[in-house]
Design a protein around this ligand. Structure first.
Ligand code: ASP
Length: 404
């Protein structure tokens, strides 16, 4: 039995057991099962900063020259931005058809207790690490990425024997990280079961019903985006059959679905993308860590659906201008969203604020955020891999042209 099948079985098992036991055994589940889930998450978290840092440095140094780096960087960023903007538009489209929130009365709404969202400029300022060691200690991924980019460029610029020595060192470090991750993945089926069981047992199916329309809209939007955008990217630009693409991604998608964290899924995503989709290591280790932090198509799509949902609930008609503003701020907000569970909800506040929608609406979404997070994180990491496949393929043809 392969690993993704085992993970899938444990996911189904946790839902069935959770629905059967309900809240009756909740104290037992919280005391004995939930900590095992936390241990699994900690094992994954333990590897995030080392793998992001070392793989990005290695990714950059193995690209070799600054010209190639610039070309791949521009391609990656361009594709990330375009797919993210398309995701919000799909979110609008689906919500425009399904009308989530229409007919839902506001009597149960309470003021949300989410942290204030940072402004766009604050997001940019926070990207530059005043102290990289501190950023690593706090697992602040965006500044760590920026630092890794500088270290990579520094090594390339120094070049020669000195540069090579350091680049070999980081290469060995990255290799050790990948080995540790493979070991952690062996216990993933147990970890996934322990993570999901408490959530299902506590919430049961009924808590989801009133907000089912939002969940269904986000889920359908994610499926549409994956099927149309990623299939086209994989087949047209990446020259890979969509079936092979999604089959190769299944393990990482399941882990994203259960952990709700792009960062936590990064190690598995890198493994899948290299081993099953045949993306070269230097490209995967540059494109994916960057994508896990700045490319969030699922989060952007969710922002589109939720802002329409909140507008519907409060009886507000969004103008075209407001919608365009949501696409713009949603794209930027998704870049600033950390790849951790629930981060998108905080950034949604920034999007709502930008078009004057009531922030109180967040309270409605907050209750089901975990479920929405599962779908959006799954899409987030799949988008990173789709771009990696395209960059890998187009680089191949570039190399061929250069060799000719
Ligand atoms: N949980 C998402 C991720 O890690 C971010 C979000 O909350 O939207 O990709």
């Amino acid at each position: 039995m392969n690993l993704s099948f085992k993970i899938f079985i444990s996911l189904i098992l946790s839902v069935v057991v959770g629905l059967i036991t309900g809240t009756e055994y909740l104290p037992f589940i919280k005391w004995w099962i939930a900590p095992i889930g936390t241990m699994f998450i900690n094992l994954i978290k333990m590897m995030i900063v080392p793998v992001v840092f070392t793989s990005l440095v290695v990714g950059m140094t193995s690209l070799g020259d600054m010209k190639k780096l610039g070309r791949i960087g521009a391609k990656t960023l361009g594709l990330y931005l375009i797919t993210t903007a398309v995701a919000i538009i799909i979110g609008f489209g689906v919500a425009g058809v399904s009308h989530p929130g229409i007919g839902m009365e506001m009597s149960g709404a309470v003021a949300p207790s989410v942290k204030a969202a940072p402004s766009i400029m604050e997001v940019f300022v926070a990207m530059i690490p005043a102290n990289p060691v501190q950023s690593m200690a706090k697992a602040d991924i965006l500044p760590v990425i920026i630092f890794a980019l500088f270290v990579g460029v520094g090594i390339i610029q120094v070049g020669g024997e000195k540069g090579q020595r350091l680049s070999d060192f980081f290469d060995s470090c990255a290799e050790v990280c990948y080995k540790i991750i493979a070991m952690v993945m062996e216990v993933a089926p147990i970890g996934v079961f322990a993570l999901l069981l408490p959530v299902v047992a506590q919430n049961g199916p009924k808590v989801l019903l009133p907000l089912l329309s939002v969940i269904v809209s986000v889920a359908i939007g994610c499926v549409l985006h994956a099927v149309f955008v990623y299939s086209s990217l994989a087949s047209v630009l990446g020259k890979m059959s969509p079936i092979r693409f999604f089959r190769g991604m299944s393990e990482a998608m399941l882990i994203a679905f259960t952990t709700c964290s792009s960062s936590a899924t990064l190690p598995i995503n890198m493994k899948n993308t290299e081993e099953k989709l045949g993306v070269s290591r230097d490209i995967a280790s540059f494109v994916l860590p960057l994508g896990a932090t700045i490319n969030m198509d699922g989060t952007a799509l969710y922002m589109g659906v939720c802002s329409l949902f909140i507008a519907n609930v409060f009886g507000i008609d969004l103008t075209m201008q407001q919608m365009m503003m949501i696409v713009l701020t949603g794209t930027l907000a998704s870049i600033g969203t950390a790849g951790v569970p629930g981060a998108g909800l905080i950034m949604l506040a920034m999007v709502l604020q930008s078009v004057g929608l009531p922030i109180e609406g967040l309270a409605l979404v907050a209750g089901i955020d975990r479920v929405l997070d599962m779908f959006r994180t799954c899409l987030n990491i799949t988008g990173d891999a789709a771009v990696a496949v395209v960059v890998n393929e187009t680089e191949k043809s570039h190399t061929e042209t250069v060799c000719d």
